[in-house]
Design a protein around this ligand. Structure first.
Ligand code: PLP
Length: 230
């Protein structure tokens, strides 16, 4: 068994155990494999183990890998910061975007989504850690943003995403994820997605309702940023 195959089995076991511990059905929790900085071959290997969803942060890198993997039926998720001049290729080449945090980006994605494709699935990224994080909309701005995004024609607003400040304090992990869950409930829209939990905190995220866990390191090993990302 390859390292990636073993890692996938371990992560799936963690997801199952966490789901069981909180009385959830583990089939409601999706494994989003975060493949940033990793080669197309790593994605191919993960796909052979039954992983279908891949998350990428850097547009040029993602497009290059997509071009190498057109023979596989993969679902692509954009999860990185979005510059407004990059929205068109994102609208054209992804199935999901988890990192929308302002209306201008959503409007551009909707306008640029090719109409022969299904609506682009959207999560709004929320800053649940206060001033320490730069990305994500402020919780107080979320209701207006969600309402506006829900009305855009070529998008399908699915839910919320957060990247809480990393911490080993399990209670703090739970608090941040519970906050995101509460924010979604308070919106009172028909949303079904909470994108939260990474390699170090997926258990807390699942306990608080995660429907996508975004896992990089625990599947593909540590990332080498020696080469600057494109
Ligand atoms: C890199 C990244 C991940 C994966 O993080 P790991 O700690 O390696 O599991 C998840 N979500 C986002 C938004 C990321 O940028």
């Amino acid at each position: 068994m390859s390292t990636i195959a073993k890692n996938i089995a371990k992560v799936r076991a963690r997801i199952r155990e966490a789901a069981q511990a909180s009385g959830r059905d583990s089939s409601t929790i999706g494994l989003l494999a975060v493949s940033k900085t990793k080669p197309a071959d790593a994605i191919r290997e993960a796909h052979a183990e039954g992983v279908a969803d891949f998350g990428e942060n850097y547009l040029q890198e993602a497009l290059a890998k997509q071009a190498e993997l057109t023979d596989l039926p993969l679902t692509w998720h954009f999860i990185g910061p979005i510059q407004s001049n990059k929205t068109k290729p994102i609208a054209e080449h992804f199935h999901w975007v988890h990192s929308v945090d302002r209306l201008k980006i959503a409007e551009r994605l909707s306008a640029q989504r090719p109409t022969h494709l299904a609506p682009l699935n959207i999560c709004l990224q929320v800053n649940v850690s206060g001033e320490t994080s730069k990305s994500g909309c402020a919780p107080e701005d979320l209701p207006a943003l969600a309402k506006a995004v829900a009305g855009l024609p070529n998008l399908r607003l699915r839910g919320l995403m957060a990247i809480p400040e990393p911490t080993d304090d399990v209670a703090a992990q739970h608090a941040a994820f519970a906050r995101l869950c509460q924010l979604m409930t308070d919106l009172d829209l028909a949303l079904d997605t909470l994108s939260m939990g990474m390699s170090h905190d997926l258990e807390a995220a699942i306990a608080e309702g995660a429907t996508w866990v975004r896992i990089g390191t625990a599947l593909f090993g540590a990332r080498d940023y020696g080469q600057p990302a494109p």
